[in-house]
Design a protein around this ligand. Structure first.
Ligand code: URP
Ligand code: ZN
Ligand code: ZN
Length: 476
């Protein structure tokens, strides 16, 4: 099968030009002007933007919060519908099993059969034994080059302490594995949650009260200090606030390699959403908590300036009626996380590009190119260029709609962006050359997605030699 996409405005992280893309099988084989090859199919993209398929490096299709499990890869068509062609799923290491063992059992049983999007895995360390740290150096041979430590969630099976984080950083760096961190002080949150509940403050809004910004600032600085001590790069996931972003920016300015991600909901929503009546606030319970309008403004600036490197969805498909209501009498039992994989591109386009906050090139960088690099996927994903996988989005800018759960494919009963305007529309999506969205409609199948092995030494390691010692960076 060969395909020619003609006359589109091709956008990469560094440029934009009108051109044609020739696809043979699963790969892009030529990019240029006036390409005229005999092909099986020609698509005219005149007047539309042609972007690389998105890479969402932060999704949860297997997350379990106090026994409540998110929707799985059977809903991954939502990613494709939102222009994301690769997702990276966090897999919590199971008790008594290795990281790779847990991941590939899950892959065989579920993901390989259901995925409608290409995917890689982050291994989440849950049992910090010597055996597990020894396993880290073998992970890149199996295509896993990222591991995650949850500093938050005291009492839950995936919480880790500082010793585990420090050991993970030391074990990872020589094999080119990047450590990602959910940075919040678990002990302090635990105390604040108990104080709220004891005072009868049990509504969703107290989720934010019990997770103030300082618990995120403190843990972020601590994680960075540990990374500097270990002389390893580090990646801080879901940054929510101005001061947290500044800790990351300042560490980078002092020579430590720290990468930071924010998520669409931290750019768009406020903690006031948690105060919505009739338990509606539970829809917005995610961790860290939503912050203020001033923080949102600072995060838009940060992604524009490159102080934060990517925008993910932190997609978590919990139902409101059946699952979020587990915490109707106590916010600490509300499953943490909200859906969003389908809305990342539309949000960045409408509220970023179309308001002048970021350029189209910057959008592509945050949405696809840099997440591919950081996660060791840039040999195949995140860019339109010869030799890359033919993962392509054709975006029609001349369209306006209102986001609603009625048309969302994520398989849950709410959308946190319900009622928001969206400018532009995902018109067509190709996954390794196969058309998955045609005229806005999903036409792919379960099993169309493939496991994409990650290369070791992602972007985090480019400047590894510049990593400085702990003494020069400690701020607290
Ligand atoms: O609230 C969130 N973000 N849920 C998903 C798990 C995590 O912390 O990333
Ligand atoms: Zn997290
Ligand atoms: Zn997450």
């Amino acid at each position: 099968m060969s395909l020619l996409i003609k006359n589109g405005k091709i956008v990469t992280a560094v440029d934009e030009y009108v051109g044609d893309i020739l696809i043979e099988g699963e790969k892009i084989v030529a990019v240029g002007q006036n390409l005229n090859y005999p092909v099986s199919k020609v698509i005219d993209a005149m007047g539309k933007y042609v972007l690389p398929g998105g890479v969402d490096q932060h999704v949860h299709y297997s997350f379990d919060f106090k026994g409540e499990k998110v929707r799985g890869f059977e809903t991954s068509n939502a990613a494709i519908a939102g222009g994301t062609t690769t997702v990276i799923e966090f897999v919590n290491q199971e008790a008594g099993k290795g990281i790779a063992e847990t991941i590939f059992e899950y892959d065989k049983k579920e993901v390989s059969k259901l995925a409608m999007v290409d995917y890689s895995y982050h291994g989440v360390i849950c049992e910090p034994t010597d055996k597990v740290f020894a396993e880290i150096s073998n992970l890149p041979d199996k295509g896993i080059s990222t591991v995650k430590i949850f500093m938050a969630y005291k009492g839950l099976p995936f919480h880790s302490d500082d010793a585990a984080l420090f050991k993970a950083l030391k074990a990872s760096k020589d094999s080119g594995v990047t450590v990602m961190v959910h940075a919040e002080n678990a002990d302090v949150i635990d105390i604040l949650q108990k104080e709220c509940v004891a005072k009868g403050q049990k509504a969703p809004y107290y989720h934010a009260v019990s997770r103030p910004m300082l618990v995120e600032i403190e843990a972020t600085q601590r994680a960075i200090n540990l990374a500097a001590l270990a002389e390893a790069p580090i990646y801080i996931v879901h940054v929510t606030a101005k001061e947290v972003m500044e800790v990351i920016r300042d560490a980078n300015n002092s020579g430590i390699k720290v990468y930071g991600e924010t998520c669409t909901h931290y750019l768009m929503l406020d903690k006031e959403d948690l105060a919505k009546p009739n338990f509606e606030g539970a829809k917005y319970v995610c961790s860290p908590a939503l912050r203020s309008e001033a923080d949102r403004k600072a995060l838009w600036e940060a992604i524009n300036h490159g102080w934060l490197n990517s925008v993910s969805s932190d997609h978590c498909g919990f139902d409101w009626k059946n699952q979020k209501h587990m915490g109707v009498n106590d916010f600490t039992n509300i499953p943490n996380g909200s859906p969003g994989v389908e809305n990342r591109l539309g949000i960045l386009w409408t509220y970023g590009v179309n308001t002048g906050k970021i350029s189209r090139q910057r959008l592509v960088d945050l949405f696809a190119t840099t997440p591919a690099k950081i996660n060791g996927l840039s040999h195949r994903k995140g860019h339109i260029g010869v030799g890359m996988d033919a993962d392509i989005v054709i975006y029609n800018p001349n369209h306006e709609s209102i986001i609603t759960n009625e048309t969302s494919l994520h398989g849950v009963d709410f959308n946190i962006y319900e009622g928001f305007k969206q400018e532009g529309k995902v018109d067509k999506v190709f996954l390794r050359g196969k058309m998955m969205i045609e005229d806005g409609k999903f036409i792919g199948q379960e099993g169309d997605g493939q496991f994409i092995p990650q290369n070791a030494f992602g972007l985090c390691f480019e400047d590894i030699k510049k990593v400085k010692k702990f003494e020069s960076v400690s701020k607290i």
